[in-house]
Design a protein. Structure first.
Length: 466
């Protein structure tokens, strides 16, 4: 589908005009524009719970600027109240419960919830019929619901360091899905700690449902890491998770101007909440990908890089691409007027899909900065060590590199360095090797990886203020 293949309507509603402007919010920075739209699409998908897929995708913005993460701040403005989860109340001293463990006093909430789980565990072993079980549980399920709401007001999204509870695991809403926001220093430290010491919390996140039974929750990460903390250990650890975590880089150094924000937030919030309360309603067995001239280029790049990533990433990403067509179609439906065949719907759908594919392509290229996806096989970890060594020194001689990679002979060392230079990660000059800065590496990737020119249909929708 080319930019000339659709005739645009003469009138646009305010939501349509605002969204068309958003797709061109950072026209001078292709990387930042792709990251912003990709993070928005993934956020809507994620905060819609299990509406589009059983497990929602995770992402972490990688802030390459020296200041605050302007992409995340723009995303928070677009997602409105969904990105502002309430913190739980401060813990208070809890008096001893009544003899039966049940109390209506708010200070007894945690004690009562623990008592409810203890009784349910004891009754589970008796294999009771539903009527007897309900009679013996008494008021415990009702108190569980009441006190859960009081103690844990943020059950759809919560800050990572606040979301896991030592007594109850991950506390969620009825759909068992929660978004974990990784933004503060405390949340970043908690995520790194869990990735190293408590990986099971993310591999098999546990909690309890409203019937007081233990259950596996569905968690998704959304957040931001400064470039200084986005290291190989973090990337390696997220690649050990069963579902993809997209690392979305940018170098925005100033606030993103979002035109007509008041026209964007209501439909984004309303549609996302509608999707969340209709789980599975938008699953589809038939692809709703728009027909794009450049789709095969992005698909080929994604498949090539993902083929040498840990686990079955290639299959997972191919499935993600298929689901992405459905998600972007429904977002376009929430914003655009008219039927699915209307020019506006087609334009929004195609541009959302195309820009998100480009953002995902950038995210996979970013993994190459830590020597993933280069087809190095067993030398991947060694290449990561070599890159870290060269970057820490600013430059290094070939002999210094060989001393670092002592298992390699001179020919193997030179072959490894040639692979890294072909990938755009280093530059060799006679005996010297110097690293390519992350920003230069990424911004050269569209030429190196032969990205298609980003031509958006919505360019014809922008109204000239003059």
């Amino acid at each position: 589908m080319s930019a000339e293949s659709i005739t645009m309507p003469s009138y646009l509603g305010p939501e349509e005009q605002a969204f068309a402007s958003l797709l061109h919010a950072v026209p001078e920075d292709d990387l930042a524009q792709s990251t912003l739209i990709t993070s928005l699409v993934l956020s809507i998908w994620q905060f819609s719970g299990s509406a589009f897929s059983i497990s929602a995708p995770s992402f972490l913005l990688v802030n390459g600027s020296d200041g605050e993460d302007e992409a995340f701040k723009a995303l928070a403005r677009l997602m409105g109240p969904m990105f502002n989860p309430a913190f739980p109340p401060k813990r208070t001293s809890e008096p001893h419960p009544e003899a039966n463990g049940l109390s209506g006093h708010p200070d007894h909430a945690r004690t009562t919830m623990r008592a409810a789980l203890a009784l349910r565990s004891k009754l589970r072993a008796r294999n009771l019929d539903p009527v007897s079980l309900k009679r013996l549980l008494g008021d415990y399920p009702a108190y569980w619901q009441q006190y859960k709401a009081a103690l844990f007001p943020a059950v759809e999204a919560n800050h990572y360091d606040q979301a896991w509870d030592k007594d109850f695991g991950f506390v969620t809403g009825d759909d068992d899905h929660i978004s974990l926001i990784v933004l503060s220093k405390e949340s970043r430290a908690a995520l790194l700690r869990d990735l190293v010491k408590h990986l099971d919390r993310l591999l098999s996140p546990k909690g309890f449902n409203n019937q007081l039974d233990p259950t596996t929750k569905r968690v998704a990460l959304t957040g931001s890491f400064p470039m200084t903390e986005w290291n190989t250990d973090l990337v390696d650890a997220t690649l050990a998770l069963p579902k993809p975590v997209f690392h979305l880089p940018h170098f925005l150094g100033q606030q993103v101007v979002i035109e007509n924000l008041r026209d964007l937030v209501p439909p984004i919030v309303a549609s996302t909440r509608f999707y969340r309360h209709h789980p599975g309603m938008f699953f589809t067995d038939t692809t709703q990908q728009p027909v794009l001239d450049d789709f095969q280029v992005y698909e080929g790049l994604i498949r090539r890089i993902s083929a040498s990533l840990p686990g079955d990433r290639e299959f997972l990403l191919r499935n993600f691409i298929r689901q992405l067509g459905t998600v972007t179609d429904h977002i376009a439906q929430a914003i655009g007027k008219g039927s699915r065949d209307s020019p506006m719907r087609q334009a929004l759908h195609a541009d959302l899909y195309r820009t998100t594919l480009r953002g995902i392509a950038y995210s996979l290229v970013a993994l190459q900065y830590h020597a993933h996806g280069l087809g190095l096989g067993n030398n991947r970890a060694l290449a990561a060590d070599v890159l870290s060594f060269i970057r820490s020194k600013g430059s290094a001689t070939r002999r210094e590199v060989q001393r670092k990679a002592y298992t390699l002979d001179a020919d193997s060392r030179d072959h490894l360095l040639q692979c890294l230079e072909d990938a755009g990660l280093v530059v060799t000059e006679n005996k010297m090797v110097r690293p390519v800065p992350f920003e230069d590496f990424l911004k050269a990737s569209p030429v190196r990886e032969r990205f298609p020119h980003l031509s958006l249909l919505t360019a014809g929708l922008l109204v000239n203020p003059a």
